[in-house]
Ligand binder design. Sequence first.
Ligand code: CTP
Length: 409
Amino acid sequence: MRIYKVGGAVRDRLLGKPVTDIDWVVVGATTEEMLAKGFRPVGADFPVFLHPKSGEEYALARTERKSGRGYGGFTFHASPEVTLEEDLIRRDLTINAMAEDDQQNLTDPYQGQRDLEARLLRHVSPAFAEDPLRVLRVARFAARYATLGFSVAPETLALMRQLSESGELEALTPERSWKEISRALMEDQPQVFIEVLRACGALKVLMPEVDALFGVPQPPAHHPEIDTGAHTLSVLQQSALHKQPLTVRWACLLHDLGKGLTPNEEWPRHVAHEFKGLKLIKAVNERFKAPRDCQELALLVGEYHTHGHRALELKPSTLLELLQSFDVYRRPQRFEEFITACEMDARGRKGLENRSYPQADYLRGAATAARSVAVQPLLEKGFKGPALGEAIKRERLKALKVYKDAASA
Ligand code: CTP
């Protein structure tokens, strides 16, 4: 049997990037031989094994053929006769279809190295179309390697477009899609992920609510970039520049969905877009079964981002409502994430990327003021049950009035 390193490990070594996961392919072996060497099978009838010591994945060289819709619809054939070249040709991109032996001799039948040098994400063969998830994978690789100058080869983009138009993307499970989306959002240039999905027509299928933002104008006084889609991409880009967590990046992507619902005759104004967008945010959240913290923050940022921008003008009672809506007393971190999402929204505008955002510290100060109200003295005064709740609110409101007066003095 011959063993080769394949896929991302070879690609990233050639790019001079750190290698985390190593995948191996085994040519010329049978399942029985693997088991005899102590490898543990991953599934009952799938030719992939875990190394007894390293736990890394070793797959028998295989060919695959699509036999139905979606991910389950595959038949594969693994046998000692399957060659390395046959295994590599079923893979997604040429840069992912190289193999290396233990002497670092490269097997590169599909010109992966040439495409690495040309900075091209190019599919290996028509077998690319057998897994529609690859549309998202290519967009994710484009986001990851954009800084290195990579782009999607035109013929691959055309194939991605065909796949998007064929209805195949609908067969993807929420879990598989979310894994790609969440990884892509955490890349350095997450906006490239959305751009590539849009360029091949996949965004219209996966997130029509985001796709609908392109071509929708906003008032130039607040939004020199004018286009709502362009603004959304800039906000997402800012969130990555500022190394924000996934929750914030997801909220940035979805914060303005309501603007896609404004009737054309009301453009460029978007009255109540915050509220109108909530049902769209909920739909996207649920479509991909986003984790709860991502879902919650996206909805809160959608509803309240304009409050964030107007923080310094808000009445103490409105400030208090805002803090209550966030349950800032028990969930201070979530409020902090809201504040940064608002800041990203303010900076994701053409020419305003470096503007200051005094609202952030003002909101932090308001949260501190409201949280500093002590409950003990109220208990000592005999307040209980709902009356206690009301008394706490009154005290917090007082504290916020003092805070606002001091800040504007
Ligand atoms: N692969 C594929 N099609 C898929 C998933 C994986 O062709 N839908 C192949 C590619 O050759 C890929 C390899 O399997 O390089 C390993 O897949 P995976 O570990 O998911 O990705 P990596 O390429 O290692 O990339 P990452 O750095 O994102 O993990």
